[in-house]
Design a protein around this ligand. Structure first.
Ligand code: FES
Length: 276
């Protein structure tokens, strides 16, 4: 069934060509749904009813199936989003390091709550979960760019700059913050050529590795396993304790064959984990 979607002829032609480029990356057309939803956000600024119908038509799905996916993930917006999504991490570590105070300050300053947008359409404020940037807590994200070690004052200054249309740079990563639509296009799989701008892992992130190298620390060798192997495969015997790990060996989880009774028994694994 083809839906009467709201895109004009130029949009349909352009989006259809891009959608087919995305679909071609996957063995099954329906596997392209997630990037296609990002493409719809790049076009409309959210996953609109028009976007839902377009995805359904392109992938041979029902609109109910597309909606079920679009409503499951919080990165997909079902109402018009602001030009900048400002996410305040209020997960445990950021919260105790000041994330809750940043949230309270920004919410009051902007006059909006979670997933609400300022009247000028510039900022959508969100509480977000851990962004794997705990080493720089408390963290604020603007269109998924990192703003590390924030305070209520620094976060307020950032949103004021965004609303004033001034250029804003994250503390790490890209040289500047792009718009929600531009970011959505990248998430759809169309590179903006900026992936290598700035640094990803900063000093705090690499601190453990640097210390280990300076002091000559290394992970301890695996203890010899006394359990009799269930099967003996070449890959399983390739790593002696302390030797360089190899794919499929005892120190690798990749395609490792069953080598001990614990590998093959859910009961053994459960009782082992309870004991530890
Ligand atoms: S708890 Fe905020 S980034 Fe991990």
């Amino acid at each position: 069934m083809t839906h009467d979607n709201g895109f004009d002829a130029e949009q349909v032609t352009r989006l259809r060509a891009e959608a087919r480029e995305i679909v071609a990356r996957y063995p099954q057309p329906r596997s392209a749904l997630l990037p296609l939803l990002h493409l719809m956000q790049a076009e409309d600024g959210y996953v609109s009813p028009t976007g839902i119908a377009f995805c359904a038509d392109e992938l041979g799905l029902t609109t109910a199936e597309v909606s079920a996916v679009a409503t499951f993930y919080t990165q997909y917006k079902r109402h018009p989003n602001g030009e900048y999504t400002v996410g305040v991490c209020t997960n445990t570590l950021c919260a105790v390091m000041g994330g809750d105070a940043i949230w309270d300050g920004l919410s009051e300053h902007l006059g909006v709550g979670h997933d609400e947008t300022t009247d000028d359409g510039k900022v959508t404020l969100e509480r977000i979960e851990c962004n794997a940037a705990c080493d720089y807590a408390p963290v604020v994200m603007v269109n998924w760019e990192f703003f590390d070690n924030q305070t209520p004052d620094s976060a307020r200054a950032t949103v004021d700059q965004l609303r004033a249309g001034e250029p804003v740079a994250p503390t790490r990563g890209a040289d500047s913050v792009c718009t929600f639509k531009q970011m959505s296009r990248v998430l759809a799989g169309f590179s903006d050529g900026r992936a290598d701008e700035g640094i990803g892992a900063g000093v705090a992130t690499q601190r453990g590795t640097v210390l280990a190298k300076e002091r000559g620390w290394a992970a301890p060798a695996f203890p010899a396993d006394d359990a009799a192997p269930v099967t003996t495969a070449p890959a399983a015997t390739a790593t002696a304790a302390g030797a360089t790990p190899v794919t499929g060996g005892e120190q690798s989880s990749a395609e490792r064959p069953v080598t001990t009774p614990a590998d093959a028994s859910a009961t053994t694994q459960t009782s082992t984990s309870k004991e530890s």
